[in-house]
Design a protein around this ligand. Structure first.
Ligand SMILES: [Zn+2]
Length: 367
């Protein structure tokens, strides 16, 4: 089948045959792991938007609707990508890389009265004391267990001068669309409504914008909004501190940060309409003595930058770069950067769904 566009997202496949390995995290009594700090350099490759969280009183401004919504910033007018957003992005990336538990998906997912399921329950988000590698690095919480994880991600501040993109009215991204089993469920599983995988958005060359803000007739609330995004070529600096990581966990963290040639991350709002492509690089890594670090900032054991850092990253990411795991192969395709020049990514319209009710996402997107 040949269509002149592709859907803006696709699913990173889950290898159902590869059960996530669950272990006790290294405990703090045994200081066997590696501790330190990774300095990140993040460059925006497209316009980028992460919503500012307004103070209560600002929220109530009656005229707020037509003013553009601001990018995250603090009182000193420093613009930043919040550490929580970065951590969330790195976690979702790590989950896809190692085919681990699905934290955003707790066994079933209901949309438009169709329930999507996991094929095997051991892909449910970790619950006990033995947890998967992603939960060991990033932390987890369930009714019976809490593990706070071994990394801490700071806000990444934008280096002035800040380059703003023009104000944009985002298209309506949240209205319920004719929902499509053929998209969300794994076609190889027949009619069993097994979830197709983990949702990721393609990189795109163009931004799609709307011409106006639409309001609900019933509540008068806007469906979409005007935003003030930052432009491409802004540079942000932040840090990822880590404590007591095994070599395997550190490799995963490093690969989730740098990925590999020909791949980049997406973050923030407007991912389906051309926002949020970023390049994440490591400026340097400092290793600390964990024991010393309990009393002060810690004793620096080693600092890697320049050529030594390059060599270190190459060694630590080798296994992933050479892996042909189906999950990693599908992440490579979706996060391929730069994107193909002549592909238009957009959501299919209602009419398209009417005419192509049985077309799968695989058939529409060609993968
Ligand atoms: Zn887990």
């Amino acid at each position: 089948m040949n269509f002149n566009f592709k859907n803006p997202y696709n699913f990173v496949k889950i290898d159902w045959s590869k059960k996530p390995e669950k272990k006790y995290p290294l405990t703090y009594e045994k200081f066997r792991g590696k501790s330190g700090s990774i300095k990140l350099k993040i460059t925006s490759l497209s316009p980028l938007f992460i919503r500012h969280t307004y103070e209560e009183n600002e929220k109530k401004k009656p005229d707020g609707i037509n003013l553009p919504i601001q990018f995250a910033h603090n009182k000193k007018n420093e613009y930043f990508i919040p550490g929580s957003s970065l951590k969330g992005m790195l976690r979702a990336t790590a989950e896809a890389i190692v085919n681990s538990c699905l934290t955003v998906f707790d066994g079933s997912y209901e949309r438009n009265k169709i329930t999507y399921k996991l094929k095997y329950n051991y892909f449910k988000s970790c619950k006990g004391k033995e947890i998967c590698i992603t939960c060991r690095v990033f932390g987890m919480q369930s009714k019976s267990a809490l593990f706070k994880g071994k990394i801490n991600v700071s806000d990444a501040k934008c280096k002035p001068p800040i380059r703003f993109y023009k104000d944009v009215i985002l298209p309506i991204l949240s209205t319920p669309k004719p929902h499509h089993t053929a998209f969300y469920s794994d076609p190889s599983e027949g009619g069993k409504n097994i979830i197709a995988g983990r949702k990721f958005y393609y990189h795109e060359n163009n931004v799609i914008e709307a011409f106006g803000i639409k309001y609900s007739k019933r509540t008068n609330k806007p469906y979409n909004m005007k935003i003030k995004p930052l432009d491409k070529e802004n540079v942000f600096y932040g840090t990822v501190d880590f404590e007591n990581l095994t070599e395997e966990e550190l490799s995963l963290l490093i690969y989730a940060i740098v990925l590999e040639d020909g791949m980049c991350h997406k973050i923030g709002m407007g991912k389906p309409v051309g926002f949020g492509s970023i390049k994440v690089e490591i400026e340097n890594i400092e290793f600390y003595n964990f024991l010393d670090r309990l009393s002060s900032r810690g004793k620096l054991i080693e600092k890697l930058d320049g050529e030594s850092l390059k060599g270190y990253i190459k060694t630590k990411t080798k296994l992933f770069r050479e892996s042909k795991d189906i999950n990693l192969e599908s992440l490579r395709k979706i996060w391929k950067y730069p994107p193909e020049k002549d592909i238009i990514y957009r959501y299919p319209e209602r009419d398209w769904f009417k005419r192509n009710g049985n077309v799968t996402l695989k058939e529409l997107n060609g993968e």
